[in-house]
Design a protein around this ligand. Structure first.
Ligand SMILES: [Zn+2]
Ligand SMILES: [Zn+2]
Length: 174
């Protein structure tokens, strides 16, 4: 199975290729980093200064959709209807996922930048969304990558992989 990672605007290519390698190793996908999708700030909700997640997934599918699994990575803050923000989301049927690194950065919380923390958090959220893309639901195990995180503390507390139960389910589905 092929996974295509689509950076939105400029995301560090070295960061993306490292991410691609880690995901390829975990999911045994053939991972490709695509040319970036340019999205101007005019696409943001002007009052919230956030990007509506369905706007992003629709654009991803329109420009890159052809059957392989798509995952957009953006620095814009994402939101969905009735949610203040989301770290990411995935649609199993349409085979598209998105992750925002906006709130995964230490700087968002007024702390010093930490590239390694940013990478680990991004990896966890990508593994989580790819789990959804495989049909996995949220897991009650707070250490499992499929645990729902609503804060950066919950993300930091998770492992960058599935618990045994979710791992078995993911194997049955992939
Ligand atoms: Zn989730
Ligand atoms: Zn689990």
């Amino acid at each position: 199975m092929q996974l295509r990672i689509v950076p939105v605007n400029g995301i560090d290519p070295a960061f993306l290729s490292r991410l691609g390698l880690c995901l390829a190793e975990r999911f045994l996908y053939d991972v490709v980093v695509e040319r970036s999708l340019s999205l101007s700030r005019s696409c943001l909700n002007s009052a919230r200064r956030q990007l509506f997640l369905p706007t992003l997934t629709t654009k991803l599918l329109r420009e890159y959709g052809n059957g392989s699994l798509l995952m957009g990575i953006t620095d814009f803050d994402l939101y969905k209807t009735s949610q203040r923000f989301v770290f990411g989301d995935a649609d199993e049927q349409r085979r598209v996922a998105a992750v925002s690194i906006h709130r995964l950065r230490n700087e968002f919380y007024g702390e010093d930048a930490d590239e390694n923390a940013l990478f680990q958090r991004t990896l966890k959220e990508c593994v989580h969304e790819l789990g959804h893309a495989l049909g996995l639901k949220h897991c009650y195990n707070a250490r499992c990558a499929m645990h729902y995180s609503n804060s950066i503390f919950e993300t930091d507390n998770k492992m960058p992989h599935f618990c045994e139960v979710c791992e078995k389910r993911s194997r049955a589905r992939s």
